[in-house]
Design a protein around this ligand. Structure first.
Ligand code: ZN
Length: 462
């Protein structure tokens, strides 16, 4: 028996969790948190479909919370098996998970204080201490090394080119001399991503879990450096600030990399760049320390020093320093998390800076349906932050050229390397519209059956 159940990232972009049951073994590929609108977040509170103590292991693709953030809850509910990940992912999880627990606790406390939660009292999904428990279960597996899960089952990690440590999973199942390969792309990155290595390609798989975030979109082919240069020139002229909500891990470092290049080339004036996220600050060190994961350009730059740490960048660590930024006058750039405005210090910056037309907010990452980020990026003139109404008078810009996800052309290009088409391709990690767009494009170029699974749907693979 070989079944696959979609416990998340089905017709949505968060909550990546795929349950495999193979010959009595139960394995979870990714263990993500649902983020975005209330209906999605409520799923984090639903009982896990099988008793977590009956799970044999979790194999993670990367550290982002929508792929890892349910782990503390899984352990809290009885899971005791190993959690496999790459070494860099383990380092990033040691920052991300406790921070996620801390944010859960803080947001619950804040909701209780301001009395805006529907639940009384509002509770955290898990605490910082519970999140730290996960770190004891991590088993690191380098890229390209076969890891045995049982006599018949093994897996290997390939570079996904999404964030530091990100991997695709090739799962091998041997039975009666035959081998079945299930391949999961996790979040498929892009070949021109700064800092990290490019995604690898594959020639064969029997079943493919394929990400589809931008399945119906093509990233603007804009010159990111020129775009940022022009935008920053306008910010300086208006005397306002540029606020960049960015995931602490991945996008923040990419943004710093580009800003550093502009600064070095004298294309932007010297101005303070505040990295206001303790986790993003720590992640910068992790990024700089995993030399084995850097692409050629980053590798040669790193020969001198940690290129992400120098220049006008000021690392904001304490809450007091962060609050002091509210009083900072004059042009500056503030990079803060979370990237999709689901929590974190970015909300305080937006509360104080959205009502001022001199300021600019630049979105550089995907904003899930129903999220605050989606509302602002789509032009809503008033939003609610921490239960308070906030007027959106600041200029709002969206730059998707910085995306860490492949667009439809890049997904098709990646698929074109597969010489032996999978019997089924499951589109995951995308909203339905994007998935339908990708499905019709794929059907023109590959003979595989393309499936758009539903939440909790279970399919028989063998
Ligand atoms: Zn990701």
């Amino acid at each position: 028996m070989f079944t696959l159940q979609f416990l998340g990232a089905a017709q949505t972009v968060t909550g990546s969790r795929f349950l495999l049951q193979i010959d009595g073994k139960r394995l979870l590929l990714d263990c993500g948190l649902f983020q975005g609108g209330r209906a999605l977040r409520e799923r984090n509170w639903e009982p896990f479909p099988i008793s977590p103590e009956h799970l044999d292991g979790v194999v993670l693709t990367h550290a982002h919370i929508d792929h890892s953030g349910y782990l503390p809850r899984l352990i809290k509910e009885g899971f005791r098996g190993p959690v496999y990940c790459t070494p860099a992912t383990a380092d990033l999880l040691s920052l991300l998970l406790p921070d996620s627990g801390y944010l859960q606790e803080r947001d619950a406390a804040f909701a209780n204080k301001k009395k805006y939660s529907r639940h009384d009292p509002a509770l955290p999904l898990y605490t910082e201490a519970e999140a730290r428990e996960v770190l004891k279960s991590l088993k690191t597996v380098p890229y390209h090394q076969t890891s045995r899960l049982s006599d018949r089952l093994s897996f290997e990690y390939l570079h996904a080119g999404h964030i530091l440590g990100s991997a695709m999973i090739r799962l091998n199942y041997k039975r009666k001399g035959a081998e079945t390969v299930l391949f999961s792309t996790g979040d498929l990155g892009r070949s021109d991503q700064p800092v990290i290595k490019n995604p690898e390609t594959i020639e064969q798989a029997d079943f493919l879990l394929l990400e589809s975030t931008y399945g119906n979109r093509i990233h603007e082919d804009n010159d990111i450096l020129s775009y940022l240069q022009a935008l920053i020139a306008q910010v300086v002229q208006s005397g306002g600030s540029l606020i960049i909500p960015a995931f602490a891990i991945g996008r923040s470092q990419s943004v710093l990399y580009f800003l550093r290049q502009l600064e070095e080339a004298g294309r932007i004036p010297a101005m303070p760049i505040f990295l206001d996220s303790p986790m993003a600050v720590s992640a910068v060190s992790v990024y700089c320390s995993h030399l084995d994961e850097h692409d050629f350009e980053m590798g040669s730059l790193m020969a001198e020093d940690c290129v992400l740490e120098t220049g006008s960048v000021r690392m904001v660590k304490t809450t007091e320093e962060s609050k002091a930024l509210n009083r900072f006058k004059g042009p500056c750039i503030i990079i803060s998390a979370s990237g999709n405005l689901s929590g974190g210090r970015i909300l305080h910056h937006l509360k104080s800076r959205l009502p001022n037309s001199r300021n600019t907010v630049l979105f550089v990452g995907y904003q899930p349906e129903g999220s605050l980020g989606r509302l602002i990026s789509e032009g809503k003139k008033e939003v609610k932050i921490h239960g308070k109404r906030v007027a959106v008078k600041a200029r709002v810009e969206v730059l998707d050229g910085l995306s860490a996800h492949a667009d439809s052309e890049e997904i098709l290009e990646w698929v074109s390397h597969i010489k032996h088409p999978p019997s089924r391709i499951f589109l995951v990690h995308g909203e339905l519209e994007a998935q339908e767009g990708l499905k019709s494009k794929l059907e023109k170029v590959i003979t595989s059956k393309i499936v758009i699974p539903e939440y909790l749907e279970e399919v028989q693979l063998a």
